[in-house]
Design a protein. Sequence first.
Length: 173
Amino acid sequence: MKYKRIITLIVVLLAIAATAYVLIDRQSTSGPLQTGDRMPNISMKNDGGDVVSLADFQNDVIVLNVWASWCEPCVREMPELMAFNDTNDTVDVVTVNMLTKEYRASDPVEFIEEIGLTLPVLFDEDGAFIRKVEPSRLPMTYLLDSNYHIQDVIIGEITQDLLMERISTAFAS
């Protein structure tokens, strides 16, 4: 009888702890980042194995593209992003690869080699970036100013023309 009470007490305490954890966790996340928010300066490894953060990119306009190698629209837009990057010296184009448990870390590296990706690629190995930014779907592209404030968010596949149009509108002032 005594053990039954102890077990019941433990179960009740665990239930209370789990409920408190869920409530605290919900309060700590503010939802997906939007126009006007500041992009968090999270450090990630690049495709060369070096640790890089947003502070390493200094142009007035930063195009931050979130993608995954298993995302078909992400794959289709990479040549557009590379071409845009090749013709715009005053814009930093940076990509963040969303790694998931279902895919091996080598999958994006193989993809990078396969298409000859020339853009900087940062790997969100521990998911910290995705947890902070909370993109609603992939691909997702953020247009940032030099202080890393989001000037525009583009959801879905982009082209060079769309990117130039959205940059012109977001940075018109």
